[in-house]
Design a protein around this ligand. Sequence first.
Ligand code: GDP
Length: 291
Amino acid sequence: MTGNLRDLSTIRLALEESKPDEIYNLAAQSDVGISFEAPDETMEINYYGLGRIVNEAMRINPGVRIYQASTSEMFGRTKPPQNEESPFQPVSPYAEAKLRAHNDFVVGYRNKYGLFICSGILFNHESPRRGKHFVTKKITHSLSKIKHGLQDVLTLGNLDAKRDWGYAGDYVEAMWLMLQQDKPDDYVIATGESHSVREFVDAAAKALKMTIKWKGKGLKEVGVDDKGKVIVAVSANYYRPNEVHYLCGDASKARREFGWKPKLSFDELVKLMVETDEKEVRFSKAYKEFI
Ligand code: GDP
């Protein structure tokens, strides 16, 4: 069935046909970088899209339970560690739209209509399924290709940005747990450990048994391999007009209330992503040589 958050009729049809007890709204214009170029579209999907879902869902089943994928990006300028009590200070159109959806349709509808709706304020969660425009997958995929001679250079933006990266599989379990509680509430889901983009590159290189040495500063910074060849470069094209510099979450409420904690460590996550990408790269290399 085709679903489109911009189109009420597709949502209505999907909900009437499936008559859900639980809804997980993970659909979004989820690219922070693109949200600066397409703020209207981002608002249309991430804010009004949730409005369409909650209004239709309440009409079809007033007892429905809804999970809304909110985001650590809503904290924006707020210093870590960020938890449910921390102020929201969004710095991108993506985060603005998610925050409005959180305020109006999660907190607002819970208070006004008694709707069972929860915001999962999830910090970055990654897996081999991550899209290549996200920095983690871009790094693991590109370094795998560089190792096997299919790419020369990996070009990145801000290497100093710090993120609290967890494994998506662990975070999906937390989403489900939120909807099994007696009362709806909002929860931060995070590992409590933060790494810079540069550190992610180092961890991916280590998992691939590659050596990277860093030289230079700012836009001139490069990562070179053991033969001195530049394999990582920096370009202003990947810098954002406005940046969230440092995210590190405190998920103690989720731990206290329903015993959630992440199972995969940072190094295990990087290894999982690298292994999947290296396998794919090996396969496509063998295929190219074959034809
Ligand atoms: P986000 O935290 O949801 O925006 O997830 P991303 O994976 O898109 O970005 C994480 C961080 O990596 C941000 O601070 C970006 O500025 C930084 N970054 C550095 N280089 C890149 C790049 O080439 N692509 C992306 N997507 N992010 C980059």
